[in-house]
Design a protein around this ligand. Structure first.
Ligand code: SF4
Ligand code: SF4
Length: 69
């Protein structure tokens, strides 16, 4: 079944650039491709976020904060 992706935000996705060590784990493990990795992780598609918290679990730097809006 195709994923249904929203065009509005339900979760605020924040990455602290001072903590991010550019390991790319959030890019690899987010199931809906919220993050891209030009240099530090950037949440380019926060409207896709499902609030699953996989990114916060895999981020060893505790750089990601997910907040329900
Ligand atoms: S998992 Fe954390 S440290 Fe790694 S790229 Fe993502 S935000 Fe940065
Ligand atoms: S909470 Fe889940 S869906 Fe949202 S950015 Fe993190 S890994 Fe992706």
């Amino acid at each position: 079944m195709a994923k249904i992706l929203r065009d509005y935000e339900v979760y605020l996705v924040y990455v602290d650039p001072d903590r991010c060590d550019s390991c790319e784990d959030c890019v690899k493990y987010c199931p809906v491709e919220v993050f891209e990795m030009p240099h530090k992780a950037i949440p380019v598609r926060p409207n896709h976020c499902l609030g699953c918290l996989t990114c916060t679990a895999v981020c060893k730097s505790d750089a990601i904060i997910i907040t329900e809006i």
